[in-house]
Design a protein around this ligand. Sequence first.
Ligand SMILES: *[C@@H]1O[C@H](CO)[C@@H](O)[C@H](O)[C@H]1NC(C)=O
Ligand SMILES: *[C@@H]1O[C@H](CO)[C@@H](O)[C@H](O)[C@H]1NC(C)=O
Length: 214
Amino acid sequence: MEPAWLWLLGAGILASVYCQPFPAHGDKSVGVSQTHSGQFSESAPAYHKVTPAITDFALRLYKQLAAETPGNILFSPVSISTTLALLSLGARADTSTQILEGLGFNLTETPQADIHRGFQSLIHTLDLPSPKLELKVGNSLFLDKQLKPRQQFLDNIRELYGAFAFSANFTDSATTGRRINEYVRKQTYGQVADCLQEFTEDTLMVLLNFIFFK
Ligand SMILES: *[C@@H]1O[C@H](CO)[C@@H](O)[C@H](O)[C@H]1NC(C)=O
Ligand SMILES: *[C@@H]1O[C@H](CO)[C@@H](O)[C@H](O)[C@H]1NC(C)=O
């Protein structure tokens, strides 16, 4: 009875790992709210600075996806906004501003530093152990060898997003594809295999976000 239902829920969400070569719009998801209901009494945690914008982003994106795709739609606004916010750390001023404004942030009201601290707090909160559910969120970046990221960017994404960057050879797309799939398979305890079907020849970066939910 209940276990079957839980399994279906788990399977649905596992199938939703966001794993598309950037900038493909993809997937799929799990809500944010469950894990921290009951915690709202503590004085405004940093993620309160980002959750309203993520909710608005979710609704705007849903509207757009629903117009293009009939039927049920499953996607993860948290995954998409997290990876794009992470990416903004590696962009120059104008691009960085455009990414964050595109996600719906008003940078006058919420300075960039607060946004990144907000995501840091959100990821941390989602990762907190809970007796009722297991939730693991992760971000990674696979960068082509010809891209040389700055150390500051690598330090920031690790500190704020818990993200790791890996160097890959995208000219050898078969090997790199296998490597990425193997990485996701390990991170999701074998539940998500071959999530990345293919990427185009001119791919230089794959932004990866996964959510394991049980
Ligand atoms: C951003 O916030 C400021 C201050 O609240 C406001 O004056 C401005 O109109 C907002 N910008 C946008 C694009 O909503
Ligand atoms: C990347 O892969 C291609 C194709 O296999 C190979 O020719 C090239 O030497 C590799 N580049 C590096 C830097 O390993």
